[in-house]
Design a protein around this ligand. Structure first.
Ligand SMILES: NC(=O)c1ccc[n+]([C@@H]2O[C@H](COP(=O)([O-])OP(=O)(O)OC[C@H]3O[C@@H](n4cnc5c(N)ncnc54)[C@H](OP(=O)(O)O)[C@@H]3O)[C@@H](O)[C@H]2O)c1
Length: 336
């Protein structure tokens, strides 16, 4: 399977390490042999149509801060150039999420689909801004579009709702979908002020470079868009979400909640309306997880409410979701 990898940050590098460490067993167990023919970061690219050496790629990135020093030629190709000019089966999109224009991820995905390449994206931006049209484009071009890692990192939230609950009618869901705000709110429950809890989260590297993505609820809202489209069949984008972050949550609010045996959590919910906002949740509710954990409760017509809990982020965890998507694509292709 020939792969173009756009973005070589935490997730991109974890994926390449995973390919390397699992290569024998991926082939033996699943017949999957990924051949990475091109990788780009913000400064340049590395290309080899016979397959890049994965260990060397990681070493070069570590030493020079970019993959462009991998080889002497074709190191100035952008992601779009690689997708337009190289032959590949799958494009994996791991560039940074943004919710203004979703670039460069949006163009990577659209160009790949038009070239009839399957796409795996962990980048939420393009899905948050254009989920319905990207699905249509994938269908029109007869390509597979997978995005397991966009919600829950390595925890298979989308797959659970779509596949394990197949045949059921999910009537509503609610979840904690952003680990950073959950970490901050948990620490406030333990007595820290908002500013100290934010500082601690930043020191631990939990906060996005643009802190507003976490604090103002945009990351959770993007995930809600993806869930609403994929699980509930709604055709919505980011402006359809009623979104409020955690900046105005005070220690007093948290104290008052605890008098009711509750904690304040940033909840993304779909129950007729699509809302992200801080809410009181009973500490006895399985949804009430602490630290950076994510949790989501699906309520369905016949099987009641089920809650999934797991780590919502992490390089290796998210890379493992990409691997799941690739295995699904491999299986689909094998059927044709
Ligand atoms: N980290 C997680 O736990 C996690 C979990 C779920 C989803 N995600 C999503 O996965 C994506 C990647 O996350 P990450 O943690 O790996 O982020 P990251 O470490 O910031 O990596 C982003 C990568 O994108 C590259 N990039 C930025 N602009 C580019 C451009 N114009 N052309 C080509 N490459 C460009 C960066 O290049 P440089 O290396 O040169 O800066 C970097 O390699 C994001 O969309 C994120 O929201 C992450």
């Amino acid at each position: 399977m020939r792969v173009i990898l756009c973005g070589f940050g935490v997730v991109g590098q974890s994926l390449v390490k995973l390919f390397n460490s699992r290569s024998e067993d991926l082939y033996a167990q699943y017949g999957l042999k990924p051949r990475v023919v091109g990788v780009c970061d913000s400064k340049g690219s590395a290309v080899d149509t016979s397959g890049l050496e994965l260990e060397k790629l990681v070493e070069v990135k570590k030493k020079f801060g970019t993959v462009k020093n991998y080889g002497k030629t074709k190191n100035n190709m952008s992601g779009i150039d690689m997708i337009r000019n190289l032959d590949a089966d799958v494009v994996i999109e791991t560039t940074a999420s943004n919710y203004k224009d979703a670039e460069p991820g949006m163009s990577h995905i659209i160009t790949a689909m038009k070239r009839r390449m399957h796409v795996v994206s962990v980048n939420k931006g393009p899905l948050a801004l254009a989920f319905p049209s990207l699905m249509e484009l994938a269908t029109y071009n007869q390509v597979i579009f997978k995005f397991s890692g966009t919600v829950g990192g390595g925890t298979p939230i989308l797959d659970y709702a779509k596949n394990s609950l197949r045949g059921e009618r999910i009537t509503s869901f609610a979840g904690i979908l952003n680990g950073t705000t959950n970490y901050i709110l948990s620490n406030m429950t333990n007595g820290l002020s908002f500013d100290s809890a934010l500082k601690d989260a930043k020191n631990r590297g939990y906060v996005e470079a643009d802190e507003s993505l976490d604090l103002d609820g945009l990351d959770a809202a993007a995930k809600l868009v993806i869930l609403a489209n994929w699980i509930m069949g709604m055709k919505v984008t980011l402006p359809d979400i009623d979104c409020k972050g955690i900046r105005n949550v005070t220690v007093n609010d948290i104290r008052n909640a605890s008098k009711n045996n509750c904690a304040i959590k940033l909840i993304a919910s779909c129950n007729r309306e699509l809302v992200v906002k801080p809410k009181e949740v009973s500490v006895d509710d399985p949804l009430c997880v602490n630290g950076t954990l994510n949790a989501i409760a699906f309520t369905s017509e016949h099987s009641g409410t089920q809650t999934i809990i797991g780590k919502g982020a992490g390089g290796m965890e998210t890379a493992s979701s990409i691997l799941r998507d690739l295995l699904d694509i491999r299986q689909e292709i094998a059927k044709i």
